[in-house]
Design a binder for this molecule. Structure first.
Ligand SMILES: Cc1ncc(COP(=O)(O)O)c(C=O)c1O
Length: 423
């Protein structure tokens, strides 16, 4: 008798979730663009800022923990993070994410873990059951899809937006999405917002956020706000306002407990490999659930202690943040100058680690996502790997997300020339 083993049905579904860029990006990275390999592939699919990695590594190396390890750190510790990291993150966020001094977060309202993505999954576990729905404002980062669907079995209820609505949904659009989900038998329990937006690099206004927060809480929905790009704002004319501050200022105490914020140093500091993130909530019920599930998302204690030390080094942090923002601004200017030189349209970002290129004119009239896939493959063959609109959940094909900040500015010219070759 032949014995066969099988994997679970839900694991079989995972393959369907992967974005189209992943196999192309890893193949292209076997021959990457460098100053000495100018015909290599330009891969701009990962939202990373590597400019100051060495500087951060130098500071990490100096952390006291490596010279004199704390014995207790080798034992089991608080699963939500040791007190020093929760306190250091609260202090940092109070200064760099929230309006200083207004509605400060307390360490008791912080749960930490191994990155924003796993914590978001734990938060989804807390607010939705399998089969429920979470409203997600489009376009959005494909990681949200993984997070909601793969293990949680929660439905993504997309709320469409486009340039005509300033990329933010009206109350009518939100009502419509909620009603359509209801007709389909899906109960929505939360709304997920990313501000500043991945992929648009837009910073949404206080009015936009407040209207949606008011609408959501009046419907009994939890508001989940991913603010991982909070300190990447490089446009001096826009102001980032955290949903925490908005809720604290405008909502009653009970509704404030429905608003939950995610932040981590992965993007602001360009260190996603450290695997640290945090959730802030005023709901003791949600914090209790997160405490129970935090065992599945713990960061090693020595790393928590090292990051706490770095975040508490105010000179290092303020210099690092200032220079990061200056670098993003300068790189964005160089990148968009190359795009303009080659007459390539784009959506001007104010924040984030990406720029959306508008390549719709390279598609046939009335384009489909199949047409976009053809263009994506042609771009890959020309050595340009960028994320197509479909993977960013845009409603229209032809808008591609490029993440230029992981590569030197010297390659921006080659990228623009290669795309211009298709005009
Ligand atoms: C909006 C958003 N949230 C979360 C993450 C992942 O964060 P982390 O590395 O802390 O898990 C990303 C990474 O691209 C992101 O774009």
């Amino acid at each position: 008798m032949q014995i066969t083993s099988s994997i679970s049905k839900r694991s079989l579904a995972i393959g369907k979730q992967f974005v189209s860029t992943e196999p192309h990006a890893s193949k292209a990275l076997k021959d990457p663009w460098t100053d000495s390999n100018p015909t290599g592939n330009i891969v701009m699919t990962v939202a990373e800022n590597r400019r100051f990695s060495e500087r951060f590594a130098e500071r990490l190396h100096k952390c006291a923990i490596w010279a004199s390890p704390v014995i207790e750190d080798l034992h089991y510790n608080q699963s939500i993070g040791v007190h020093v990291i929760r306190e250091a993150i609260a202090r940092h966020v109070n200064q760099y994410v929230l309006a200083p001094g207004k509605f400060p977060i307390d360490a008791s309202q912080v749960v930490t873990g191994n990155g924003v993505l796993p914590l978001l999954e734990n938060l989804v576990y807390a607010v939705a059951d399998a089969g429920d729905g979470v409203l997600v404002i489009s376009p959005f980062w494909h990681g949200f899809n993984y997070c909601l669907t793969v293990r949680m079995g929660v439905n993504v209820i997309v709320v469409p937006t486009d340039s005509s609505t300033n990329w933010w949904p009206s109350e009518n659009a939100l009502d419509k999405a909620l009603q359509e989900a209801k007709y389909a038998g899906v109960k929505c329990t939360a709304i997920l917002v990313c501000n500043p937006s991945n992929p648009l690099g837009k910073v949404f206004s206080e009015e936009q956020l407040l209207s949606t927060i008011r609408w959501g809480t009046s419907q009994g929905l939890h508001i989940i706000c991913d603010e991982i790009y909070a300190a990447t704002v490089f446009n001096d004319t826009v102001r980032f306002v955290s949903a925490w501050d908005i809720a604290s200022e405008h909502l009653g105490p009970e509704q404030q407990q429905m608003v939950h914020i995610l932040w981590g140093p992965s993007k602001d500091f360009g260190v996603p490999g450290l695997r640290i993130g945090a959730i802030f909530s005023k709901s003791s019920q949600i914090l209790n659930v997160l405490t129970a599930t935090s065992f599945f998302a713990m960061t090693s204690t020595p790393m928590q202690r090292a990051v706490a030390e770095i975040l508490s080094d105010s000179t290092f942090v303020s210099d690092f943040m200032r220079e990061t923002v200056a670098h993003l601004k300068k790189s964005c200017e160089s990148f968009t100058a190359e795009l303009r030189r080659c007459d390539i349209k784009y959506i001007a970002p104010s924040a984030g680690l990406f720029i959306v290129l508008d390549l719709r004119r390279l598609l046939p009239s009335r384009p489909t996502f199949e047409d976009e896939l053809v263009l994506f493959n042609k771009l890959c063959n020309a050595g340009v790997v960028i994320t197509p609109a479909k993977d960013c959940h845009f409603f229209e094909p032809g808008l591609f997300r490029a993440c230029p900040y992981g590569l030197p500015q010297s390659c921006y010219c080659s990228l623009a020339d290669r795309i211009a070759g298709f005009h």
